[in-house]
Write a new protein. Structure first.
Length: 76
């Protein structure tokens, strides 16, 4: 049984988790997000019992925009 999701400083009221479109089902890079008002929670889908991280909606929007434009690509 999964424990209630609690981010480090923000308890989530019944979050609705969804897998990130950037996650790869066969890889070890799977994350889920839950949108709760002004806060976006992020957790490891392979270990949902662990604490999650949280960021503000504006920060999340900028982060996903940077991913989409390639500003955050990995260097070899």
């Amino acid at each position: 049984m999964r424990s209630p999701a609690t981010c480090r400083w923000y308890p989530l009221p019944e979050p609705k988790w969804r897998k990130s479109s950037y996650s790869e089902a066969s890889a070890n890079a799977c994350v889920e997000i839950a949108e709760t008002g002004h806060v976006i929670a992020i957790r490891d889908s392979k270990h949902p019992e662990l604490p999650c991280a949280s960021v503000g909606r504006d920060a999340w929007t900028e982060f996903t925009r940077a991913l989409g434009t390639g500003r955050l690509r990995r260097e070899p």
